[in-house]
Structure formats: C-alpha cells, structure tokens
Design a protein around this ligand. Sequence first.
Ligand code: 13P
Length: 342
Amino acid sequence: MAKTELHETARELVAEGKGILAADESSGTIKKRFDTIGVESTEENRRAYRQMLFATPGVEEYISGVILFDETIRQKADDGTPFPELLASKGIIPGIKVDAGAKPLALAEGETVTEGLDGLRARLEEYRGLGARFAKWRATYSISDTHPSEYCIWTNAHALARYAALCQEAGIVPIVEPEVLQDGTHTIERSGFVTSRVLFALYTELFDQRVDVAGTLLKPNMVLSGYEAAERAGVDEVAEASLHAYYKHVPADVPGIVFLSGGQSDEDATAHLNAMNARGPHPWQLSFSYGRALQAPALRAWGGKPENVEAGQRAYYHRAKMNGAARTGTYAPEMEQELATA
Ligand code: 13P
C-alpha cells in the first residue's frame, strides 16, 4: 500500500509536460539571490517572493511539485493559507529539502560530504504532517584532475541511500541529487566519466540499502564541458554525453530524471532538456527540477516591488511553459519571443 503511494507520487511528479520548481534555497543562498537585485533578505521579503511564485495563475499546467525550505513550509500566504495548502489546492505537490548542507569531508582536502542524517526520521514525520510528500537531499562533487576521490563518491552515496531509505519508511518520495559541479576547465569527457562513477556508486548503495528505486526520482547534473573550458560542447553533444551516462547507470525502474540547472543559462537548460527528449522515448521521463533556470527572470522582474508581482509571475510562467515544451522535445528558441508579445 505505502509502496503504491510512493510509486504514484513519483509518477505524478513527472507527469507529461510538467516538472518541479526548486524553491528551497537555504537562508544563505536566498540572501545571495536577493543581493543581486538589491533586496534585503528579511523573512517577510522571502515570504512575499515565494508567494508571488506559488500563486502564479495557471502555472500548475507546467509545474507538478515545488521543493520548499524549512522556513517556507511553515509560512502562509497573505490570506492565511499555509503555503503547502496553497500549492496542494492548485494540484501542485509540496516537497521539502531535508539535508543540512555540504560540509568539509574529513581527511579529504577540498571535498565535501552532505550532513543531516541525525534526527532525520523525526523531522520527516513532522514534514509529512505539514504536507510534504517528497523530499530532496543534495550531495556535491567538484571536478579536478584528482577530484572527486572514490572516498568522497562512496561516502556521499552512502548518505544519500540512508536518507532515501528513511524517506520511504516515512511515505515520502526521495529525490536523490548527486550534483557533479560543472565549474572549472574540464572536458565533457571528464564530466561524463565522473558523472558515471557517481551514479554507479549511488545505485549500488540504494540497492544495498533496500531502497525501492521505483519510488524515487534522480536529480543529476547534465554532462557539460566545464564552464571555464576553452572549447565548450554544443547542445547535441551535451544531450548525447548525458544520455550515455544515464543509460549505463540509471535503472529503467526509476520513473524520472529531474535535472538541476546548476548555473547554466535559462535558455541553455531548456535547450539541453529539449534535445534529450527529442531523442526519446527513454526508459524514464526526462524532466526538470530547476532553481535558478526557472526563477532568475522572475526575480529580476520582481525586484522586491509589490507593483511588479504580475511581471514576476509572467516571467516565471513563461520559463515554466518553455520547459514544459522541452519535456516533449517541442521547444524552439523562437518560442522565447512569446513573453515579449504577451
Ligand atoms: P539549480 O537549478 O539552480 O541548480 O537548483 C536546483 C537545486 O535544487 C539545487 O539543489
């Protein structure tokens, strides 16, 4: 029974034409985003910004779920409706980030391990009571000639699987997010190799720790050339290299792969997803769980001013619609003009 519910929730999150909004920036990260538009990161400003996104008319056509931060899942809209309830009333599934961030990995200079397992069982129970039906845990790995180490890869895989098992026990769908960071000068081949090692370790640990992968979603990086590489791979090469890694390492039982945008431009993130879907059908749904690539234009259009809420909502709706089109491989860059003429 519980198993069926997990499977159904996971499938609903990757329903046709829809994807996930990651709005779970921690207090430190949202401050960085607000700094770019000169807005102070107060609790009220954070609430007003998230309310703008969550209340966007019609966005539920393209958005299946929203990942919240601990503060946000407890906040309310102007009329007193708790955010999880507001989302659920639009048919959008509320989710929650439960990791406590990447911390220095002992005896591994420059590498990190994600913390947050202590007390997680009780926190999941509380979040479930607040309306969360899925969760997220992010591990990060940076690329150099010597990093990530196998020690870093396996330590993070072990923690991701422990988190996933606890989620499934609580009736919450775990999104497992192993993010190979794409900063640096590495080649796309190096990114593909590291992504493959990370996925191999992750699915080994998930299997060993008895996680039912049909009740999970994978949130990986796309395989890219480093952002500072002299020669950067184009859209087709990114699609091929990314699919190559997932075909080798992601079980067909996984219902969906929901990408992070990871610092790509909004339009690159859409074009890459589109190119992968255009090469389908695939064993899994290929969808999005973007933070920056869904929010950046909305944040700029809003600028912290109540009179700009509608402009912010239009910008967010537009990006959601473009990514909705990329879900079926029918996105074309010309469609970006729609916003200008709206
Ligand atoms: P970006 O799409 O901005 O990478 O954020 C997604 C996310 O949730 C990272 O954990």
